[in-house]
Design a protein around this ligand. Sequence first.
Ligand code: PLP
Length: 406
Amino acid sequence: MSLNIDKIREQFPILKSEIYGKPLAYFDNAATTHKPQRVINRVNEVYETINSNIHRGVHYLSNQATLAYEEARNKTQAFINAKNSYEVIFTSGATAAINLLANSFGDTYINEGDEILISTMEHHSNIVPWQMMCKRKKAILKVIPINNDGDLVLEEFEKLLSPKTKLVAVTCVSNALGTVNPYEEIIVKAHANNSLVMLDASQAVQHLKVDVQELDTDFLVFSGHKIYGPTGTGVFYGKEKFLNEMEPWQGGGEMIKTVTFEETSYNELPFKFEAGTPNIAGAIGLGEAIDFVSELGVENIAAYEEDLLQYATDKFNTIDGMRIIGTAQKKASVISFLVKDIHPFDMGTMLDKMGLAVRTGHHCAQPIMAFYKIPGTLRASFAVYNTKEEIDRLVEGISKIAALFG
Ligand code: PLP
């Protein structure tokens, strides 16, 4: 089904903005997407009509808020096709989800000398929590290399798998390069090695169909705000068996069954991993965002964005002095680039004055920048509301600046 992009754009109030007198063209969607009116309304509605703390209340509002929160969990379960809704843990984002896993997994399964395998193209939030855990548990962090195109070197991945590899934690899609990794293959090979797998789907769920049962991934994380949902929301998925075995990360209210000063017994799933009052309105807003995406159809979004990416890549390649960083076989929605010797910050600032919002810098992926021996890039990342006309404006803006710099 082809999408009616004009109709979709109408649902995003911020897209009507003018920046320095120019219509906004927003290409920073890998950092965060904008929110459709229905998500904004849903969050407001929670505060206006059912605001209350959840799970512990006997009164009407608390029950309504609990129902809405748990409904959001059910929607998330259906969206990623988890077997059980209690395998979906709400967090404040992908970062919190990875920290949760690194701590709980580390405390439960990791001994001195064990290995965790990540890749060169991870976001810092899928590097640093593992480094911290490895330091604490005297474990070893190993890294799958990439090649010049920005693809993982799979032969090296296979060589790095060892009897000590307890977990392979990789991103589905690189936020800095746009590479779509062969995560299906990675899971099969890791499992054959008796290693578990965590997928960072922060740049995937908004662009590609992700089915945790079909993939057979053991863990998966993503952020709500990159999939048209509110900031401060995210998802940690884990297979029931491991969630039951793992120690909780954070202690506090909600995650307990009984507490004495001598001993505490933990609550059942998913509450064992949701200590304290969660972002109730945010999670409900995320449920609404998931409805928005599901109604459009992730496959339809993927087809539309693939066309946009191809169009933009072809146009970018006509610009004098253009260097696209990351030319993997399979990419999703991201073009990282440099033009001539122009500093990304200078170009980004000048594009901003034209109403063109791109991101500049290392994109929280400094090891990638070190690999390419560059300080950073400009990054244009696309969402379902971007258009070819906006890409034309971006290409024109980049070309003008490139010409200015001679
Ligand atoms: N993983 C990837 C691949 C990302 O792109 C990001 C954010 O850009 C994160 C993790 C961290 O997400 P958050 O800051 O929402 O926790």
